[in-house]
Design a protein around this ligand. Structure first.
Ligand code: GRF
Length: 232
C-alpha cells in the first residue's frame, strides 16, 4: 500500500461484530429472525453462511434472498458419517464463524466437531429443557398434561439436547390446544428468545466455563428467562 493511500485509509479496526454461521433443515423461520435482527441493527452480528442438509429447504431460499452464502451439504453424498461431518465443518470453518447456531437443523453433529468447538455452538429447541429432549415435543407436552411449555436455547454438547441451558421462554398450554396450535404459540416466543440470546453473545456477555453458563463472568444459577431483566 502506498504511503499516501495509507494516510487516507488508516488501517481498519477489526470488525467486532459476532460472525454467525447457521445450520438449518427446514422452514428457516428462526434464521429469518436472525436475518431481520441484523438488518434492523438490533443484533450487532454478521451472518457469514447458512448450511443445510436438504436442498429443498426453505431456509436456503431465505438465505439467498438475503444475499447470504447458502451451502447445501447432503449426507447422502458421503460414504461415511465421518466424511460428511469433516466436509461440513471444513465448509463452516471457511466462513470463520465465532458462533454456530443450530436453528432447526435435524441432524446430530459429530462428537469430535462439537468437542472442538466447546461454547461456540448453540441450539434452539422447542421445549422447556431438560423436559422433552428429542422429537415431537409439543405432542409429548400435551400427552403429559403439562401446564406450560416453551422453548430453550442451550450450548451444544455431544448429548442430544443435553448441553447447558442458557435461556428459556414459557407459554401456557391451553385447554383446547392440539400439537399444531401449541407449536404455533411456541414459535412466537422462539424468535425473540433466540435473538435476545444472540444479543448477549454478540456483546460477549455470555460464556461457557467449567462453572457452567456465565453472564458477565458470574455463573448462572438457573437459565435466563425471556422477559426478565437479563434477557429482554
Ligand atoms: C424450531 O421449532 C426449533 O426450535 C426446532 O426446529 C424448529 C425449526 O423451525 N429445533 P424453523 O426452521 O426455524 O422455522
Amino acid at each position: 500500500m502506498s504511503p499516501a493511500l495509507s494516510r487516507t485509509h488508516p488501517p481498519s479496526q477489526p470488525d467486532p461484530r459476532l460472525r454467525i454461521a447457521v445450520l438449518a433443515s427446514g422452514h428457516g423461520s428462526n434464521l429469518q429472525a436472525i436475518i431481520d435482527a441484523t438488518a434492523a441493527g438490533t443484533l450487532a452480528a454478521e451472518l457469514v453462511g447458512v448450511f443445510c442438509d436438504r436442498p429443498a429447504a426453505q431456509a436456503l431460499q431465505r438465505a439467498r434472498a438475503a444475499g447470504l452464502p447458502a451451502i447445501t451439504v447432503r449426507p447422502g453424498d458421503f460414504s461415511t458419517r465421518q466424511q460428511h461431518d469433516e466436509h461440513l465443518f471444513s465448509a463452516i470453518d471457511a466462513t470463520r464463524p465465532d458462533l454456530i447456531v443450530c436453528a432447526g437443523y435435524m441432524r446430530l453433529l459429530g462428537q469430535p466437531q462439537v468437542d472442538a468447538r466447546y461454547g461456540r455452538i448453540i441450539n434452539i429447541h422447542p421445549s422447556l429443557l431438560p423436559a422433552f429432549k428429542g422429537l415431537h415435543t409439543h405432542q409429548r407436552a400435551l400427552d403429559e398434561g403439562a401446564a406450560e411449555h416453551g422453548a430453550s436455547v442451550h450450548f451444544v454438547t455431544a448429548e442430544l439436547d443435553g448441553g447447558p441451558v442458557i435461556a428459556r421462554a414459557r407459554v401456557p398450554v391451553g385447554a383446547g390446544d392440539d400439537a399444531q396450535r401449541l407449536a404455533a404459540r411456541v414459535r412466537g416466543v422462539e424468535h425473540p428468545l433466540l435473538v435476545a440470546t444472540l444479543c448477549l453473545l454478540a456483546t460477549r456477555r455470555l460464556g461457557l466455563t467449567k462453572r457452567g453458563v456465565t453472564l458477565d463472568n458470574q455463573a448462572l444459577r438457573q437459565p435466563l428467562q425471556l422477559g426478565d431483566d437479563g434477557l429482554c
